[in-house]
Write a protein that binds this ligand. Sequence first.
Ligand code: ADE
Length: 228
Amino acid sequence: MRINVVTIFPSFFDVLEVSLLGKARGRGLLDVRVHDLRDHAHDRHRTVDDTPYGGGAGMVMTPEPWGLALDAIAADADSRPVFVFPSPAGERFTQSTARELADSPHLVFGCGRYEGIDERVFSYAATLGEVRLISLGDYVLNGGEVAAMAMIEAIGRLVPGVVGNPESLVEESHEDGLLEYPSYTKPASWRGYDVPDVLLSGHHGKVAEWRHEQQLERTKQRRPDLLD
Ligand code: ADE
């Protein structure tokens, strides 16, 4: 999978060089390329923002550098990319969004800052590929970078081969619409806290039943919205 990122803070994405995703890059499973939007701003100050038409607080990212950045990425692509613009005004990102995006061979993350990106950039991007504005949740970050990082991790780990044991992807929170069951490891007793007996019983049927009950109970308590 190819992932292009356009940002005014390329160094935010240095962390993609470590951990599982870093290994996946090293093994050629993920081809991540980070581009500095300012490389496409051609004035002396490498300006990427301006005041909003109609007035209001803050600055808006100007379309010109975005157009050039997206053109360069599209010109270098074998297939029509999916453009993801992280935005608090977007559709909600969920595990099923991650699964959909993990099926795409080429994603482009456009990270906005300030009060957002000139709306025409999204219309233009739609001529080059599919466009999705996606929100991480109902809160406001300072820009799209942290949201893009979270999405890249959630999507990247679903790419076949990135996570060594694919079974570990199946029994996770949100994969079956419920929160994950609690996990325990050795020792069986620790500071007066004991591992539930059923997990030591060796009875697979009972373990599975107990885990499912735990999933339902946790989901009811912590995320009742998921059961609706
Ligand atoms: N940019 C700013 N806030 C955001 C959010 N909640 N989700 C995605 N991108 C954002």
